[in-house]
Design a protein around this ligand. Structure first.
Ligand code: SAM
Length: 237
């Protein structure tokens, strides 16, 4: 229910729309049109983001794949979104996945050592990677999660797909879902890497001919701060 809520929010508020130009720039540089989305959860923002570009194809992957969700999103995508039925660990992605890797709202799940492994794996295998986080370790973000998320869950639950009676039950009869998603939001904000922490993560990675770009940009209808980290081979691998 948490990842379906995340997908709904990303789509409704176009949270990640602003990062498409950066992704397209990397794809042009690496001569690829393929995305391998890691930690895809309930599929994340890609089904929505693909409306902004007709050149990109996406493979959804997760260590614990939500196959029901992947199948639904793939069937509605006109062949542009496929998915892996097998578990794909973001810290050691099989060589056969040769597109640019993306992780939306996911890096904060990893402690520094596995987070660095995710970045190192991409760099060592010569794959581009884009990490995008709309959560943020800041007082305004934590206060908005504390106060805003329960209200948003109560307001938006009837519109979240797929329709599930259980979602209504656990939101309006026994309100576990608003509290759980609020807790997840606050902890995610607290755990989100800052720009300086992301720089520290990549600094020991000494792969040659590979560059990192780290920063923040405003995105979406709410102008939310997205923290991004983009790794890209200097020349095509
Ligand atoms: C917060 S969800 C990300 C949601 C999704 N990207 C989105 O934008 O809605 C984090 C996901 O990471 C997955 N995950 C956790 N550890 C992983 C790992 N080592 N490799 C790949 N996926 C992992 C979880 O199964 C979960 O679906």
């Amino acid at each position: 229910m948490i990842t379906e809520y995340l997908q709904f929010i990303a789509r409704t508020f176009r949270i990640y729309d602003g990062v498409i130009p950066s992704i397209e720039k990397v794809l042009s540089k690496t001569g690829s049109d393929s995305i391998v989305d890691l930690c895809s959860g309930a599929s994340g923002p890609w089904s929505h983001l693909l409306r902004h570009t007709d050149r990109i194809d996406v493979v959804l992957t997760d260590k614990y794949p939500n196959l029901a969700s992947f199948e639904r999103i793939s069937a509605d995508s006109g062949g542009r979104i496929s998915f892996s039925r097998d578990s794909v660990d973001a810290t050691d992605v099989p060589e056969k996945y040769d597109g640019m890797r993306t992780i939306f709202t996911g890096l904060h799940h990893f402690h520094p050592e596995p987070a660095r492994k995710i970045l190192q794996d991409a760099a060592e295998k010569g794959r581009a990677i884009g990490i995008f986080e709309f959560t943020e370790h800041s007082l305004p973000a934590i206060l908005s999660a504390l106060l805003g998320i329960p209200l948003m869950v109560l307001l938006f639950t009837p519109f979240i797909t797929p329709f599930k009676l259980s979602r209504l039950f656990w939101t309006y009869i026994i309100p576990v879902t608003p509290l759980l998603i609020m807790w997840d939001g606050v902890i995610s904000d607290l755990r989100t890497y800052s720009v300086a922490e992301l720089r520290d993560l990549v600094s020991p990675i000494k792969t040659e001919n590979y560059s990192w770009e780290i920063g923040k940009q405003k995105s979406g209808v709410l102008g939310i701060n997205i923290t991004y980290l983009i790794g890209c081979p200097d020349k095509q691998a």
